[in-house]
Design a protein around this ligand. Structure first.
Ligand code: 13P
Length: 262
């Protein structure tokens, strides 16, 4: 996989003025490189605003969630149809914030993944273990279950629009813990292996797997150069255009070195 991905998850941050400034700075800082797919995922209320600013720039728009129905009596929810209407190409699903703070189950996340893919969105399914699970040596078991249930019943024809983000819960944000590139590589291998069992070796080889958890301009390169780490999903540092663009730059450098090595 020569292509690298850099995805910013703004989570529940920014107000309109900040979203405008941040997306403008990212858009302005983007070069013409196409070896890195860059995606920003602002909060729902600013998708339209950010989408307008990104028009004509090489930055795709993504959402942080959706509800798995086209429309109807689901007060407060947002449908895939609405996301497409706003110009979204990507959607993050099953983020650990939603699993652990809002109680989303693998079954519910599975419905979202299916509906997102059927609608033509690129779904980014987040998986990852908690610190307790890692300490209890359950990482593989947790990843297996999140994949097995989260990807249940997917049509093989839609798999090219699916990517997985490995985000160890304990390494996210200001938890004080950092996963090493080696730990990321090992978990990605587990994910790819499981995916291969479910959908075949060829699908596993082309599966895009991102790493997320305290990635910054200093460590991005170390993650991106690991075999099997195809992209980076950034929280905190995606709220600072300079930092975010520095990680994009690391992605471009890695993608170029892969092309040269091929
Ligand atoms: P941080 O980069 O702030 O650790 O967040 C990672 C994340 O959760 C991205 O979805």
């Amino acid at each position: 996989m020569d292509q690298k991905f850099v995805i910013g998850n703004w989570k529940m941050n920014t107000i309109a003025a900040e979203a405008r400034l941040l997306s403008q700075a990212i858009a302005d800082g983007m070069g013409i490189e196409d070896s890195v797919t860059v995606v920003v995922c602002p909060p729902f209320p600013y998708l339209s605003l950010v989408g307008e600013i990104l028009k004509g720039h090489r930055v795709a728009l993504g959402a942080q969630n959706l509800y798995p129905e086209k429309k109807g009596p689901f007060t407060g929810e947002v449908s895939p149809t609405m996301l497409l209407d706003l110009g979204c190409q990507y959607v993050i699903l099953g983020h650990s914030d939603r699993r652990h703070k809002l109680g989303e189950s693998d079954t519910f996340i599975n419905q979202k993944v299916r509906v997102a893919l059927a609608a033509g969105l690129n779904a980014i399914l987040c998986v990852g273990e908690t610190l307790e699970q890692r300490k209890a040596d359950q990482t593989k078991k947790v990843l297996d279950q999140q994949l097995f249930q989260g990807l249940d019943g997917l049509s093989p024809a839609t798999l090219t629009h699916l990517s997985i983000a490995y985000e160890p819960v304990w390494a996210i944000g200001s938890s004080g813990h950092h996963a090493t590139p080696q730990q990321a590589q090992e978990a990605h291998a587990v994910i790819r292996h499981r995916f291969g069992q479910m959908f075949g070796e060829r699908s596993a080889q082309t599966l895009v797997i991102h790493y997320g958890g305290s990635v910054n301009p200093e460590n991005a390169d170390a993650f991106l150069r690991r075999p099997g780490v195809d992209g980076i999903l950034i929280g905190g540092d995606s709220l600072n255009a300079e930092q975010f663009l520095a990680i994009v730059k690391a992605g471009i450098a890695q993608a170029q070195s892969l092309v040269e090595a091929a």
